[in-house]
Design a protein. Structure first.
Length: 416
């Protein structure tokens, strides 16, 4: 039950929660765009910087320490995502890694091949593959969005994923609607035709336990700044595929995995912060191994967030002026996208920020295909509120109070 979730302990780990604007605290409902950073992550970064930074491959202590930090970070990520440490590569962000991997696939793709993406996803797991298809003369196919349920249409996968399909790119969870896709069904079909599966887990990792092997995907991408850490991108590439991936790199740079994907000097202090972020999650769980504690910690987060999310969902569904874009059934993350009748979404978030110190985002959130299909761009896209484990019931009540106040104030005053 939520009453057992150590919310005060969790909040004490996030220094940003002490920020005041005027005399009132800032309320962070922008987790889907990036969570606040846990003090474990901040301290890990500071510790690395304070003790002396260095580049790799040196004989001296700071270089050796840096290599140890990166090795520890791979171990931590492997525990979080259920993969091998040597399958973990770091980069600037998920998008940069996706483009880098897509470029390395040029030798695998030929004219007439097919690449499958979806209409539900963030463009970071669409455009790298669209670009690859254009460069190689391959065909792009979409798994379609059901505009009534905000889920993917999976009944005709045999027609979409064929013997010509070489890559299938799919998101585990939408950063707009919160829809959690049945990736296993897509993976099964993809493997029947020997297709590579690339999973975008950026929005999923902060909310649900992840097991790369269980998902069965070949590549999984995520970003630490979405799960309480710094801006560091993470790619997990299945070992056999990773070994033969012909990545673009400098000639003297290491050619073995996972280093060959890590071009140039990495963000070493950020990678140190990844360790702290993962250890924060593990602190919320129990078990004899870090993997067990992480799974338990994520389950605790999921239960707590879902209880708050149920309250928000019922509230939004009860407002006649609000159009909520959320799947009626199935698994969903605590992320809510909506529009308000006759109101521009930018005006809504600006008003909430000014009057309630509330960080609520607006726009298409790079899910631009879905935004076009659902017709929200004329009103400035969606208003999006997303929960993190540091949000409280009291903050949810403030959101409800603020949104009601905005609607009542603007009922007869359209701003679009």
């Amino acid at each position: 039950m939520a009453s057992n979730f150590p919310i005060e302990q969790v909040r004490s780990r996030f220094p940003a929660l002490t920020r005041l604007e005027g005399k009132n605290p800032v309320i962070y409902f922008d987790g889907p765009g990036g969570t606040q950073m846990a003090d474990y992550a901040i301290e890990s970064m500071y510790r690395y910087i304070r003790n002396g930074m260095a580049n790799l491959h040196g004989t001296f202590i700071t270089s050796i320490d840096t290599e140890k930090v990166i090795s520890e970070a791979r171990e931590a990520v492997s525990d979080l995502l259920g993969c091998q440490p040597k399958e973990v590569a770091f980069g600037a962000n998920m998008t940069t890694l996706a483009f880098s991997i897509a470029r390395s696939f040029t030798s695998f793709i030929e004219e007439g091949d097919e690449i499958v993406v979806t209409e539900l996803d963030h463009r970071a797991n669409v455009d790298p593959w669209v670009t690859l298809a254009k460069d190689k003369g391959a065909k792009i196919k979409f798994i379609k969005l059901d505009t009534d349920t905000y889920t993917l249409k999976l009944d005709n996968l045999d027609e979409v994923i064929t013997n010509k399909t070489k890559i299938v790119a799919v998101g585990i969870s939408s950063n707009v609607t919160g829809t959690v896709t049945d990736v296993s069904k897509i993976v099964r079909r993809a493997k029947e035709v020997n297709s590579i599966v690339v999973a975008d887990a950026v929005h999923a990792v902060p909310h649900i336990p992840i097991d790369v092997k269980e998902f069965g995907c070949d590549i999984l991408l995520c970003s630490a700044y979405k799960f309480f850490g710094p801006h560091v991108g993470i790619a997990v590439v299945q070992e056999e595929l990773f070994e033969k991936l012909p990545v673009y790199k400098l000639q003297p740079a290491p050619a073995e995995i996972p280093y060959k994907l890590e071009t140039g000097t990495q963000n070493h202090e950020g990678i140190a912060g990844v360790i702290g972020a993962i250890n924060f999650i593990a602190e919320l769980g129990h078990g004899s191994t870090r993997r067990e504690r992480l799974l338990s910690g994520m389950q605790a987060i999921e239960i707590y967030e879902n209880e708050l999310a149920t309250d928000i969902e019922r509230f939004l569904e009860g407002l006649p002026e609000v159009h909520l874009f959320r799947a009626p059934t199935g698994n969903k993350t605590p992320t809510f996208a909506f529009t308000i009748e006759l109101q521009n979404s930018r005006e809504v978030t600006s008003w909430l920020a000014k009057n309630f110190n509330m960080c609520v985002a607006d726009g298409d959130f790079y899910a631009s295909t879905m935004a076009d299909l659902l017709g929200v761009k004329p009103v400035g896209g969606w208003v999006r509120i997303g929960l993190a484990p540091y949000n409280t019931r009291e903050e949810v009540q403030q959101f409800k109070k603020g949104l009601k106040a905005f609607i009542n104030l603007h009922k007869k005053n359209p701003v679009i």
